[in-house]
Ligand binder design. Sequence first.
Ligand code: HC0
Length: 589
Amino acid sequence: LVNLKINNMPIAVEEGTTILEAAKKLNFRIPTLCNHPDLTVAGNCRVCVVEVKGARLLAAACATPVSEGMEVFTNSEKVRVSRKHIVELLLSEHNADCTKCFKNGHCELQDLASEYRIGDHVFLDLVKPESLIQDISSPSIVKDDSKCIRCQRCVRTCAELQGVSALAVVNKGDHQKISTFLNKPMHEVVCTNCGQCINRCPTGALTERNYIEEVWNAIYDPSKFVVVQTAPATRIALGEDLGIPVGERVTGKMVASLKKLGFNKVLDTDFTADLTIMEEGTELLTRLKRALVDKDEKVVLPMMTSCSPGWIKFQEHMYSDMLDNLSTCKSPQQMFGAVAKTYYADKINIKAQDMVVVSIMPCVAKKFECERPEMRDSGYQDVDYVLTTRELAMMIKQAGIDFNKLEDEHYDSILGESSGAAVIFGATGGVMEAALRTAYEIVTGREVPFTNLNIQPVRGMEGIKDATIKIKNVKPEWSFLEGVDLHVAIAHGLANARQLMEKVRKGEAAYHFIEVMGCPGGCLGGGGQPIPTSPEIRKKRSEAIYQEDEDMPIRKSHENPEIVEIYKEFLGEPLSHKSHDLLHTHYKP
Ligand code: HC0
């Protein structure tokens, strides 16, 4: 252990601990704009400077390891004056149109300016006119260079967590900026629209494309019937933006708030997550039969999940030779839109052209997904608008709803019933677990014992997980699966997905089924979730998701009565013609 003093208070910490981490243990928060618990140390914003006794220069607390006998002052006069000047310098290059900024009230630079009582600019206003042009080419992400402080959190996020590197530092000195390949618009580069950069940007330099006004207009248009669907991971995080502690589930309050906002029907993406399990599970069993019984050399394995639009776009850019590995299932969000504007519209006697489908998603790539040309099988754009969890929180505030005081309400029916298997879609490994619960029962004809419903090997935050399931005691029609070892793998975050894909491409891993979610932790860590994010926050959200599953009366997709009904009344059976028309697609290179 290393002994040191911080603000005259003694502490002993592990060797290699930084001053920033040691100070945190003593409950001294040192401000920083470039440091982030998910990323490597950069030490480039200098806001975390501290005074070390005997040293000539101030030290960056995030990048300086402690040493024996060190005496650190985190808030001396020298520190306060320097830190204030650093913030003033950052502000001199920052377009401080705070009242218009989507990050107003959530901006780390604004918080620091307020803490240090920074008023008039001491330095010149150095905002470059050319930086005032926002890049709004992407349907998901707005890039505003006039707000950028070059902390490079976005660059490290894109490279380290996502393995994409759509953003990079270009030029030097005064001309340094964060740019794309050849400074092209965001929609023309390899950006996957995951939005992880947004979650880590300390200012408003990277934000989501916001569609709040369009949705308000639809709600107040008497000629429109507006239905809203909510993704699995919204219900365990929305509260964070509305004064509720991390990890607290707010499903009932969220439904109540959506009804108060004026949506005509409040429905659930979890319903179509259950539908996905029926379709994707059947597709996997069909591919296995073709491989094992028919010895069909054209069948492509491993089959890979296709519900995360950031992952799809990543594969289109980086592994376009392997697109046939993707399940043909659309994502639950898109299945919902297709079913809402056909089956559901008929049932409630509303014309599809009068229906507006809004999604509340923890994801910004879903904004891109709903505009894809493949997603119009109802004859219209199946999903009209996607709002993030953050945008919904903003609407609730705009409407003056006291979220905390809301009584829980239930989803409307139909398209509102779901299982615990659907809710765990929001955590990494959840789609796999949901599929295994149903596949076991289809193939063996026996119920999954209650004590085995939580399939632990596919849970947890490890970047890549794998498991082997021995299939035995199958029903006669599945005899080709008797004794087969089913190999499955799960990755979350695109850097992990890349590692797994490389293994598959080189033939080093013989999996049958792979789940990939584009964001760290799965959708619970999505680019549209409340900010901040960290491993600790994602762990709490994950615990909430699994608790939600355990509290559900139905925990297997095939037992959802509304799923049984939609097959009986409309789809026929999984992979039927109608299913193919509405629920499946092919991504082409
Ligand atoms: Fe997800 Fe989904 S689980 S991608 O993470 O499959 O965004 O929450 O809505 O579509 O259901 C996100 C979350 C969804 C979809 C579902 C899947």
